[in-house]
Design a protein. Structure first.
Length: 257
Protein backbone atom coordinates (compact mmCIF):
# COMPACT_ATOMS: atom_id res chain seq x y z
CA UNK A 1 0.00 0.00 0.00
CA UNK A 2 1.20 3.50 -0.87
CA UNK A 3 0.24 6.47 1.30
CA UNK A 4 0.61 9.85 -0.39
CA UNK A 5 0.29 12.87 1.89
CA UNK A 6 -0.62 16.21 0.32
CA UNK A 7 -1.24 19.58 1.91
CA UNK A 8 -5.00 19.91 1.56
CA UNK A 9 -8.10 18.61 -0.18
CA UNK A 10 -7.48 20.61 -3.36
CA UNK A 11 -3.99 19.21 -3.86
CA UNK A 12 -5.29 15.71 -3.10
CA UNK A 13 -7.97 16.17 -5.76
CA UNK A 14 -5.52 17.46 -8.36
CA UNK A 15 -3.13 14.58 -7.77
CA UNK A 16 -5.90 11.98 -8.01
CA UNK A 17 -7.35 13.49 -11.20
CA UNK A 18 -4.00 13.67 -12.94
CA UNK A 19 -3.21 10.09 -11.96
CA UNK A 20 -6.51 8.85 -13.37
CA UNK A 21 -6.08 10.87 -16.57
CA UNK A 22 -2.60 9.45 -17.00
CA UNK A 23 -3.89 5.89 -16.66
CA UNK A 24 -6.68 6.51 -19.18
CA UNK A 25 -4.21 8.02 -21.64
CA UNK A 26 -1.84 5.08 -21.24
CA UNK A 27 -4.64 2.75 -22.34
CA UNK A 28 -4.64 4.55 -25.72
CA UNK A 29 -7.24 2.85 -27.97
CA UNK A 30 -8.22 0.17 -25.47
CA UNK A 31 -11.28 0.70 -23.26
CA UNK A 32 -10.33 1.75 -19.74
CA UNK A 33 -12.63 0.40 -17.02
CA UNK A 34 -13.01 2.84 -14.14
CA UNK A 35 -14.79 2.25 -10.83
CA UNK A 36 -16.28 5.39 -9.30
CA UNK A 37 -17.69 6.60 -5.96
CA UNK A 38 -20.19 9.24 -4.88
CA UNK A 39 -20.25 11.45 -1.79
CA UNK A 40 -18.17 14.49 -0.91
CA UNK A 41 -14.71 12.93 -1.24
CA UNK A 42 -14.53 12.64 -5.05
CA UNK A 43 -16.14 15.98 -5.96
CA UNK A 44 -12.83 17.82 -6.22
CA UNK A 45 -11.37 15.04 -8.34
CA UNK A 46 -14.39 15.12 -10.64
CA UNK A 47 -14.02 18.89 -11.06
CA UNK A 48 -10.35 18.45 -11.94
CA UNK A 49 -11.12 15.65 -14.42
CA UNK A 50 -13.79 17.79 -16.08
CA UNK A 51 -11.24 20.58 -16.50
CA UNK A 52 -8.70 18.17 -17.95
CA UNK A 53 -11.29 16.83 -20.39
CA UNK A 54 -12.35 20.30 -21.51
CA UNK A 55 -8.68 21.21 -22.01
CA UNK A 56 -8.24 18.20 -24.28
CA UNK A 57 -5.81 16.49 -21.91
CA UNK A 58 -7.96 13.38 -21.43
CA UNK A 59 -10.93 11.80 -23.18
CA UNK A 60 -13.52 9.49 -21.66
CA UNK A 61 -14.92 8.44 -25.04
CA UNK A 62 -13.63 4.88 -24.58
CA UNK A 63 -13.92 4.73 -20.79
CA UNK A 64 -16.34 2.26 -19.20
CA UNK A 65 -17.51 3.08 -15.69
CA UNK A 66 -19.02 1.12 -12.81
CA UNK A 67 -20.29 3.00 -9.80
CA UNK A 68 -19.84 1.63 -6.31
CA UNK A 69 -23.38 1.86 -5.02
CA UNK A 70 -26.95 3.11 -5.14
CA UNK A 71 -29.72 3.59 -2.60
CA UNK A 72 -32.54 1.05 -2.58
CA UNK A 73 -35.87 2.73 -3.28
CA UNK A 74 -34.62 5.81 -5.14
CA UNK A 75 -35.19 5.90 -8.89
CA UNK A 76 -32.65 7.39 -11.30
CA UNK A 77 -34.49 10.73 -11.42
CA UNK A 78 -34.58 11.23 -7.64
CA UNK A 79 -32.50 14.30 -6.66
CA UNK A 80 -30.50 12.25 -4.12
CA UNK A 81 -30.02 9.11 -6.19
CA UNK A 82 -26.48 8.30 -7.15
CA UNK A 83 -27.56 8.24 -10.79
CA UNK A 84 -28.41 11.93 -10.50
CA UNK A 85 -25.29 12.65 -8.47
CA UNK A 86 -23.02 11.19 -11.13
CA UNK A 87 -24.72 12.87 -14.08
CA UNK A 88 -25.02 16.23 -12.32
CA UNK A 89 -21.46 16.28 -11.00
CA UNK A 90 -19.48 14.41 -13.61
CA UNK A 91 -20.89 12.51 -16.57
CA UNK A 92 -22.84 15.42 -18.09
CA UNK A 93 -19.64 17.46 -18.28
CA UNK A 94 -17.34 14.96 -20.04
CA UNK A 95 -17.34 13.07 -23.34
CA UNK A 96 -18.38 9.70 -21.95
CA UNK A 97 -20.75 7.46 -23.91
CA UNK A 98 -24.01 6.89 -22.03
CA UNK A 99 -24.00 3.18 -22.87
CA UNK A 100 -20.65 2.82 -21.13
CA UNK A 101 -22.00 4.05 -17.78
CA UNK A 102 -23.08 1.38 -15.29
CA UNK A 103 -24.89 2.22 -12.04
CA UNK A 104 -26.80 -0.24 -9.89
CA UNK A 105 -30.60 -0.02 -10.10
CA UNK A 106 -32.04 0.55 -6.63
CA UNK A 107 -35.55 0.08 -8.03
CA UNK A 108 -34.94 -3.41 -9.44
CA UNK A 109 -37.70 -5.88 -8.65
CA UNK A 110 -35.16 -8.59 -7.90
CA UNK A 111 -32.28 -6.93 -6.04
CA UNK A 112 -30.22 -10.11 -5.72
CA UNK A 113 -30.46 -10.65 -9.49
CA UNK A 114 -29.46 -7.02 -10.09
CA UNK A 115 -26.34 -7.49 -7.95
CA UNK A 116 -25.37 -10.75 -9.67
CA UNK A 117 -25.84 -9.11 -13.08
CA UNK A 118 -23.58 -6.23 -12.03
CA UNK A 119 -20.77 -8.62 -11.15
CA UNK A 120 -21.23 -10.33 -14.52
CA UNK A 121 -21.11 -6.98 -16.34
CA UNK A 122 -17.82 -6.16 -14.61
CA UNK A 123 -16.37 -9.52 -15.64
CA UNK A 124 -17.63 -9.10 -19.20
CA UNK A 125 -15.89 -5.72 -19.44
CA UNK A 126 -12.57 -7.37 -18.61
CA UNK A 127 -12.51 -6.31 -14.96
CA UNK A 128 -11.96 -2.91 -13.41
CA UNK A 129 -8.63 -1.28 -14.22
CA UNK A 130 -8.79 1.33 -11.47
CA UNK A 131 -11.30 1.74 -8.67
CA UNK A 132 -11.50 5.24 -7.23
CA UNK A 133 -13.05 5.47 -3.77
CA UNK A 134 -13.48 7.44 -0.60
CA UNK A 135 -13.48 6.28 3.01
CA UNK A 136 -16.16 6.69 5.65
CA UNK A 137 -15.31 8.04 9.08
CA UNK A 138 -15.72 4.48 10.39
CA UNK A 139 -13.28 3.13 7.82
CA UNK A 140 -15.81 1.70 5.39
CA UNK A 141 -15.38 1.57 1.63
CA UNK A 142 -18.44 1.87 -0.63
CA UNK A 143 -21.30 0.75 1.67
CA UNK A 144 -19.29 -2.09 3.17
CA UNK A 145 -20.04 -1.10 6.74
CA UNK A 146 -17.99 -2.31 9.74
CA UNK A 147 -18.34 -6.08 10.02
CA UNK A 148 -18.67 -6.68 6.28
CA UNK A 149 -16.96 -9.75 4.89
CA UNK A 150 -13.67 -9.01 3.18
CA UNK A 151 -14.69 -11.57 0.54
CA UNK A 152 -18.06 -9.92 -0.14
CA UNK A 153 -19.47 -9.29 -3.60
CA UNK A 154 -22.12 -6.85 -4.85
CA UNK A 155 -25.18 -7.16 -2.62
CA UNK A 156 -27.83 -5.40 -0.51
CA UNK A 157 -26.51 -3.80 2.68
CA UNK A 158 -28.27 -2.23 5.65
CA UNK A 159 -26.81 1.19 6.42
CA UNK A 160 -25.51 1.94 9.90
CA UNK A 161 -26.70 4.89 11.94
CA UNK A 162 -23.30 6.58 11.48
CA UNK A 163 -23.64 6.37 7.72
CA UNK A 164 -27.22 7.66 7.76
CA UNK A 165 -26.21 10.57 9.98
CA UNK A 166 -23.31 11.38 7.64
CA UNK A 167 -25.56 11.25 4.57
CA UNK A 168 -28.44 13.20 6.13
CA UNK A 169 -26.78 16.39 4.86
CA UNK A 170 -27.89 15.38 1.37
CA UNK A 171 -31.50 15.04 2.60
CA UNK A 172 -31.88 18.50 4.16
CA UNK A 173 -30.47 17.17 7.42
CA UNK A 174 -33.45 14.85 7.92
CA UNK A 175 -32.12 11.41 8.85
CA UNK A 176 -35.59 9.88 8.49
CA UNK A 177 -35.41 10.54 4.75
CA UNK A 178 -32.13 8.66 4.28
CA UNK A 179 -32.78 5.19 2.81
CA UNK A 180 -32.00 2.35 5.21
CA UNK A 181 -30.53 0.00 2.60
CA UNK A 182 -28.35 0.27 -0.48
CA UNK A 183 -26.86 -1.86 -3.22
CA UNK A 184 -23.08 -1.87 -3.06
CA UNK A 185 -20.09 -3.55 -4.62
CA UNK A 186 -18.36 -5.82 -2.13
CA UNK A 187 -14.92 -5.61 -0.61
CA UNK A 188 -13.92 -8.52 -2.82
CA UNK A 189 -15.25 -6.65 -5.87
CA UNK A 190 -13.01 -3.68 -5.09
CA UNK A 191 -10.03 -5.92 -4.37
CA UNK A 192 -10.38 -7.52 -7.81
CA UNK A 193 -9.54 -4.19 -9.47
CA UNK A 194 -6.06 -3.97 -10.91
CA UNK A 195 -5.53 -0.70 -9.03
CA UNK A 196 -7.37 1.00 -6.16
CA UNK A 197 -7.07 4.72 -5.42
CA UNK A 198 -8.66 6.06 -2.23
CA UNK A 199 -9.17 9.74 -1.34
CA UNK A 200 -9.11 10.62 2.38
CA UNK A 201 -9.54 14.16 3.63
CA UNK A 202 -10.15 15.84 6.97
CA UNK A 203 -9.50 15.31 10.66
CA UNK A 204 -12.76 13.36 11.04
CA UNK A 205 -11.18 10.57 8.94
CA UNK A 206 -7.94 10.46 10.98
CA UNK A 207 -8.91 7.65 13.36
CA UNK A 208 -10.08 5.42 10.52
CA UNK A 209 -6.96 6.14 8.47
CA UNK A 210 -4.77 5.15 11.40
CA UNK A 211 -6.66 1.88 11.83
CA UNK A 212 -6.55 1.13 8.11
CA UNK A 213 -2.83 1.85 7.71
CA UNK A 214 -1.16 1.02 11.03
CA UNK A 215 -3.34 -1.79 12.39
CA UNK A 216 -4.04 -5.22 10.95
CA UNK A 217 -6.48 -6.24 8.25
CA UNK A 218 -9.92 -6.75 9.74
CA UNK A 219 -13.59 -6.59 8.84
CA UNK A 220 -14.37 -3.73 11.25
CA UNK A 221 -12.25 -1.25 9.29
CA UNK A 222 -13.03 -2.54 5.81
CA UNK A 223 -10.59 -0.17 4.08
CA UNK A 224 -7.78 -2.07 5.84
CA UNK A 225 -8.25 -4.71 3.12
CA UNK A 226 -6.01 -2.55 0.92
CA UNK A 227 -3.01 -3.73 2.91
CA UNK A 228 -3.33 -6.95 0.89
CA UNK A 229 -3.77 -5.29 -2.51
CA UNK A 230 -0.70 -5.26 -4.78
CA UNK A 231 -1.46 -1.83 -6.29
CA UNK A 232 -3.35 0.30 -3.76
CA UNK A 233 -2.84 4.01 -3.15
CA UNK A 234 -4.33 6.19 -0.43
CA UNK A 235 -3.89 9.89 -1.12
CA UNK A 236 -4.74 12.03 1.89
CA UNK A 237 -4.36 15.55 3.23
CA UNK A 238 -2.35 16.58 6.28
CA UNK A 239 -5.44 16.80 8.49
CA UNK A 240 -6.26 13.13 7.90
CA UNK A 241 -2.86 12.08 9.29
CA UNK A 242 -3.46 13.56 12.76
CA UNK A 243 -3.78 10.13 14.42
CA UNK A 244 -0.89 8.46 12.59
CA UNK A 245 2.42 7.94 14.37
CA UNK A 246 5.03 10.59 13.60
CA UNK A 247 7.29 7.84 12.31
CA UNK A 248 4.62 6.58 9.93
CA UNK A 249 4.09 10.04 8.45
CA UNK A 250 7.82 10.63 8.11
CA UNK A 251 8.32 7.26 6.45
CA UNK A 252 5.71 7.77 3.75
CA UNK A 253 6.75 11.35 3.12
CA UNK A 254 10.34 10.18 2.74
CA UNK A 255 9.60 7.43 0.21
CA UNK A 256 6.89 9.26 -1.73
CA UNK A 257 8.31 12.78 -1.74
Amino acid sequence: MRLLIRQDYDTVSRWAARYIAEKINEAEDKPFVLGLPTGSSPLGTYRELIALCRAGKVSFAKTITFNMDEYVGLDAAHPQSYHRFMWDNFFSHIDIQKENVHILNGMAKDLAKECALYEEQIRASGGIDLFLGGMGADGHIAFNEPGSSLQSRTRVKTLTMDTKIANARFFDGDISRVPTTALTVGVGTVMDAREVLIIVSGHNKARALKASVEEGINHIWTLSCLQAHPHAIIVCDEAATDELKVGTVRYFKDIEG
